[in-house]
Design a protein around this ligand. Structure first.
Ligand code: PEP
Ligand code: MG
Length: 323
C-alpha cells in the first residue's frame, strides 16, 4: 500500500470529474519543509510559528523571524505558504511571553487577542512576515478570530507597517493576502461579515470542535465525545464554505479533520476545495480525491443534510464513502 501511495506523489490532485483540489501541508518545525516536499504538497496551508517562541526565555526579534521565514520560503521552492501569526495561550505556551494565569485559559487572553494587546510582540512578527512576502508567495493568517473587529485592526496595523517598511526601503508584497482562521463558533456564524474583510478563510476544526461541543481538545476523559461529524460542526463548516463562495474568496481547512481520509468525501460534498494537513496524510487524502466525483458527492451531501439530526454519523460517512 505504501508503495502504491508513493506513486501518487507527482499526480495532480483532481477528482474524477476534473475538479482541482489543493492538498497542502501544515508545518510546525523548519524540518517539516522536507516532509512536505517529499509528499508532494501543493502549498502550505498552515505554518505554525509558535516554535520560534518555544524553549527559550527571550522573544525572537524581527531579524531572527525574517531569517527563519526566508529560509522556509526558499526551502519550499516557490509553493504558496500561509504563515499564521502567533497562537499562544491555552494548549500552546511560551516562557518568553508568559501569560497571566487565568481560570479559563482557553477562553482567555490568547492568540490574536494577545497579539493585538501587545504591539511589542506583534509588530516585529508582522514586519518579518511582510518582509518575507517579498521572497515568494506568502499569505498571512490570523488565529482565534472571533469577529470582524480583529481583522480590521490587523489590516490597519498592516497598512501602517507597510508605510514604515517602504520608508525604510525594505521590500514587501503590498498586496499580501490576509485571512482568518474560522475556529471559534462565533466566527463561523459571522463568516459572511468576516469574509468581507478577508482574502481567504481557513477552518480550524481542532478548536472549532472544542469550542462548539465544549470538549477540551486535550482532555482524555471526554475524548470520546470529540466528534467532527456532530451536526453542529457540519453546519458550521457548511456555513463557512458558503460564506466564502458568496464573497468569492477561497476557503480551506487546516484542522486535523482535513487530513483524515474518512472525511475527505464528506468535505468535498460540502464544497471544500483546499485541504491542509500534516504532510504524512497527503497521499492518503489524495488517493480518495482521485476517485471522487464532486457532483455525486454534493448531491448526496445535500440529501443527507435534510435529515442530518436523525442520521447516525457512521451511516452518513458510509453513504458518502461507498460508490
Ligand atoms: C485548529 O484549531 O484546527 C488549528 C489548525 O490550529 P491549532 O491546532 O494549531 O490550534
Ligand atoms: Mg487552533
Amino acid at each position: 500500500r505504501q508503495r502504491r501511495l508513493r506513486r501518487l506523489i507527482g499526480r495532480a490532485a483532481r477528482t474524477r470529474d476534473g475538479i482541482a483540489v489543493g492538498l497542502q501541508a501544515n508545518l510546525e518545525l523548519p524540518e517539516d519543509v522536507e516532509t512536505a516536499r517529499a509528499n508532494g504538497a501543493a502549498g502550505v496551508g498552515l505554518y505554525r510559528t509558535e516554535f520560534l517562541y518555544m524553549n527559550r526565555l527571550d522573544l525572537p526579534d524581527e531579524e531572527e523571524q525574517f531569517a527563519s521565514y526566508a529560509a522556509m520560503i526558499e526551502g519550499l521552492g516557490g509553493i504558496p505558504t500561509t504563515i499564521r501569526t502567533l497562537d499562544l495561550g491555552a494548549d500552546k505556551d511560551s516562557a518568553a511571553q508568559p501569560i497571566e494565569p487565568s481560570g479559563n485559559p482557553a477562553l482567555g487572553l490568547r492568540a490574536i487577542r494577545l497579539c493585538l494587546k501587545e504591539p511589542a510582540l506583534f509588530r516585529p512578527q508582522l514586519r518579518a512576515i511582510l518582509r518575507a512576502s517579498a521572497l515568494g508567495p506568502v499569505r498571512l493568517m490570523l488565529p482565534m478570530v472571533s469577529g470582524v473587529r480583529e481583522v480590521v485592526a490587523v489590516r490597519q496595523l498592516l497598512e501602517q507597517l507597510k508605510r514604515e517598511l517602504a520608508s525604510e526601503g525594505l521590500a514587501h508584497d503590498p498586496a499580501l493576502p490576509l485571512g482568518a482562521m474560522i475556529e471559534v463558533p462565533a466566527a463561523a456564524l459571522a463568516a459572511g461579515a468576516i469574509a468581507r474583510h478577508c482574502d481567504f478563510l481557513s477552518i480550524g476544526t481542532n478548536d472549532l470542535i472544542q469550542y462548539t461541543l465544549a470538549i477540551d481538545r486535550l482532555d482524555d476523559a471526554v475524548n470520546d465525545l470529540y466528534d467532527p461529524t456532530h451536526p453542529a460542526i457540519l453546519r458550521l463548516i457548511r456555513m463557512t464554505i458558503e460564506a466564502g463562495r458568496t464573497r468569492g474568496i477561497p476557503v480551506g481547512m487546516c484542522g486535523e479533520m482535513a487530513g483524515d481520509a474518512r472525511f475527505t468525501r464528506l468535505l468535498l460534498g460540502l464544497g471544500l476545495r483546499e485541504f491542509s494537513m500534516q504532510p504524512g496524510a497527503l497521499l492518503d487524502v489524495k488517493e480518495v480525491v482521485l476517485t471522487a466525483d464532486t457532483r455525486t458527492l454534493q448531491q448526496r451531501t445535500e440529501t443527507l443534510f435534510a435529515r442530518l439530526d436523525e442520521t447516525d454519523p457512521q451511516d452518513l460517512l458510509a453513504a458518502l464513502n461507498t460508490d
